[in-house]
Ligand binder design. Structure first.
Ligand code: ADP
Ligand code: MG
Length: 230
């Protein structure tokens, strides 16, 4: 599903440059649930953003579902992003003046899906994720865990090939984090490929594979045979 070879990324800052990713080799098969771990500043978000086509690599190669990502122009890149990738962020990134239902229908609107179908799909995901009673509520009326489940529904409603999450439990207490991770495990068990950036061991232990980054290189990459079920 994902094939990365000798990936390098630097950020230019004035006249100097910061070498953040220093030769990453990384492959993900369909159906994996991967945790990308590492301390703050180790390059986790940079790597996830490149995988999510939110940022470009400097050197090396990246293939997503057989498509080399480097050669795509802006429009093609945006199309692939909308079609293939779903994102979840620490801060939920929900639109405050729209209901849960409207937030979930939005990506479908941008894909040109008709209103009836948009709403039917959004209801289905909210219902599946235990949020039916909250569909017509605004984000400000929801708990942190509910907000993140709405954000996951919004990411899933377009049926992406890969779900990417950056510190999705970073703003949640540990009990709520477990509930959100239980949903992530459920989605993964239904076959979805998922990559999670986290700096919490507890969260990584709920994934099937743990990749450790340090100073822009992969220090360790191993299967987690003792996946913590919730
Ligand atoms: P992590 O997610 O592991 O905390 P990041 O990938 O966000 O790490 O950042 C890695 C390094 O790159 C950090 O030193 C950070 O300050 C720097 N960095 C991240 N994004 C940018 C940017 N857009 N411009 C300049 N430096 C950046
Ligand atoms: Mg980060």
């Amino acid at each position: 599903m994902i094939k990365i070879k000798d990936l390098h990324k630097s950020y230019r800052m004035g006249t100097s440059s910061l070498h953040v990713l220093k030769g990453i080799n990384f492959e993900v098969e369909e159906g994996e649930l991967v945790a990308i771990m590492g301390s703050s500043g180790s390059g986790k978000s940079t790597l996830l953003n490149i995988i999510g086509m939110l940022d470009l690599l400097d050197k090396g190669s990246y293939e997503l579902d057989g498509v080399p990502i480097k050669d795509l122009d802006e429009t093609k890149a945006a199309n692939y992003r909308n079609k293939f990738l779903g994102f979840v962020f620490q801060s939920f990134n929900l639109i405050n003046y729209k209901t849960a239902l409207e937030n979930v229908t939005l990506p479908l609107y941008y894909q040109g899906v008709k209103r009836k179908e948009r709403e039917a799909l959004a209801w289905k995901y909210l219902d599946d994720f235990g949020l039916k009673e909250w569909a017509t509520h605004l984000p400000s009326e929801l708990s942190g865990g509910q907000k993140q489940r709405v954000a996951i529904a919004r990411a899933m409603v377009t049926k992406p090939k890969v779900l990417l999450a950056d510190e999705l439990t970073g703003a949640l207490d540990s009990k709520t984090s477990e509930e959100v991770m239980a949903l992530i495990q459920e989605i993964n068990q239904a076959g979805k490929t998922i990559l999670i950036v986290t700096h919490e061991e507890d969260i990584a232990n709920m994934c099937t594979r743990i990749v450790r980054l340090k100073d822009g290189i992969i220090m360790e990459d191993k299967k987690n045979k003792m996946v913590k079920a919730i």
